[in-house]
Ligand binder design. Structure first.
Ligand SMILES: *Cc1c(COP(=O)(O)O)cnc(C)c1O
Length: 464
């Protein structure tokens, strides 16, 4: 599905100027540590982790050019020149004339939703990210998932599994009526769906439907550049188009976007809202003052704004995107080659191991993918994260365990941070785990917090 790439294509278009040492630990040490933290990898300190694949958010390596930008940060309360650089970069790359900076993606979601959502409204979209959904619900709206059914089928090879189902979308529009739908949201790439891309054709069709009904279209654009790369790789007619043009066309169909710059702008902190409409800008700027700060800094330092402006240009480089996504695929294919069940096709920023299928003797109520993340840490000091039953939580009404169809361990690749040798460590560890997997026992709660239990729970082995 993805075109064959040469070694030159896959090679990183940069060399390493600064390194940070990471600690290799012994199995005994890790055994002690994971017990101390109640088998919850969120409680591990980074010093005890060798390779951290918890997230790709805010953990990328900035370039020398971005660090140089940090040094020319203009820390002026109102009118920092770095804000104008950011605004110009957004206009140049994405085509939106107005930008409201925010401290990160969820800050952008909060401000936009406060302006646009009224009680009882619905926001249809493709598997809204958890903070996105939480902000819609916080404003008494409903996030309605209209992703194509294929996203729930780990084996199905579909080149654009993040696509929206137009029939489902139309039904939602007819059910709620356009007055109750403040906007349609396309998440590119679809993070909660496994980093799966959305095709240009699908984006265009959603845009046309949105226009027909007079509903604005927004993007959750955290990984917009990775989405453009997949379009170039997989969609007919885009093979020879530069990434910038593809991004430009994608953006031309939207009224605006929220952005977590911690992803494709390759910075450690930051985000923004961008839009076409002046009146919407004025409302968001005013709301932003209340929650984020004056509209030329938005909860960030001038230096952060500069790093985002520069990072946006680096994030859309074809050579960088090819090497980045090749690394994710290198890990995924390495796991496939040794018979580890993963979600197909491999997405842009992460590889998802099907924990339920890998450890079929562990019932879902004993958290197979969470157990696997514990085993991976024990085996190698690598930290992955469960996207499964513990994350899903109990039904708030009945208090019963909800058992999601997909129970997975996510291995998320930070940008420009690790080498393929590090990916080999993960594959080797998974091979060792595979050899002893029938002896692995599941987990039960020792302490289960009432909400967002994955962050703060502690567990024990079921045979303890
Ligand atoms: C990370 C992310 C967000 C939230 O952004 P933060 O910067 O973490 O607040 C929203 N949507 C998607 C798709 C994301 O990946």
């Amino acid at each position: 599905m993805t075109k064959k790439l040469s070694a030159m294509d896959r090679a990183e278009p940069f060399k390493i100027k600064v390194v940070e040492f990471i600690k290799k630990t012994t199995r005994d040490y890790r055994e002690k540590k994971i017990k101390e933290v109640g088998y919850n990898v969120f409680f591990l300190t980074s010093d005890d982790i060798f390779i951290d694949l918890l997230t790709d958010s805010g953990v990328g390596a900035m370039s020398d050019n971005q660090w140089a930008g940090i040094m020319v940060g203009d820390e002026t309360y109102a009118g920092s020149r770095n804000f104008y650089h950011l605004k110009e970069a957004v206009r140049d790359i994405m085509g939106f004339p107005y930008t409201v900076p925010t401290h990160q993606g969820r800050g952008a979601e909060n401000v936009l939703d406060r302006v646009l959502i009224r009680e009882g409204d619905a926001v249809p979209g493709n598997k809204h990210f958890d903070t996105t959904k939480a902000h819609i619900e916080d404003k008494k709206g409903t996030a309605v998932d209209v992703t194509i059914d294929e996203v729930y089928e780990p084996e199905t090879l579909h080149p654009f599994k993040g696509n929206l189902d137009l029939k489902k979308l139309e039904k939602v529009i007819q059910k709620y009526g356009k007055e109750r739908i403040p906007y349609i949201l396309i998440t590119i790439t679809c993070n909660s769906g496994g980093g799966q891309p959305v095709s240009m054709e699908n984006i265009r069709q959603v845009h046309e439907m949105a226009r027909e009904y007079g509903i604005p279209l927004f993007y959750d654009a955290a990984r917009f550049a990775e989405n453009a790369w997949f379009i170039k790789q997989r969609e007919k007619g885009y093979e020879d188009r530069p990434i910038r043009e593809i991004v430009g066309e994608m953006m031309s169909y939207a009224d605006g976007l929220t952005m977590s710059a911690k992803k494709d702008a390759i910075v450690n902190i930051g985000g923004f809202i961008a839009m076409r409409d002046k009146e919407l800008y004025q409302k968001c700027a005013a709301m932003g003052v209340l929650f984020e700060g004056f509209p030329t800094y938005g909860g960030l330092a001038g230096r952060d704004l500069e790093a985002i402006a520069r990072g946006l240009y680096e994030g859309i480089r074809l050579d960088y995107l090819t090497s980045r996504i090749s690394q994710t695929h290198y890990l995924g294919n390495g796991l496939k080659d040794i018979g580890i069940p993963i979600i197909n096709p491999i997405g842009g920023h992460a590889v998802y191991v099907d924990g339920k299928k890998f450890l079929p003797h562990i019932p879902q109520t004993q958290f197979p993918s969470w157990t696997l993340s514990v085993e991976l840490y024990l085996e190698s000091g690598v930290r992955g994260v469960e996207i499964g039953t513990i994350l899903e939580g109990r039904d708030p009404k009945t208090g019963k365990e909800r058992l999601p169809r997909l129970d997975m361990m996510r291995l998320t690749i930070p940008r420009r941070v690790y080498t393929n040798n590090h990916m080999d460590v993960v594959v080797e560890a998974m091979e060792a785990i595979k050899a002893r997997k029938d002896d692995i026992v599941g987990l039960r709660f020792d302490y289960e917090p009432p909400v967002l239990r994955h962050f703060l729970c502690t567990l024990e082995r079921v045979n303890e």
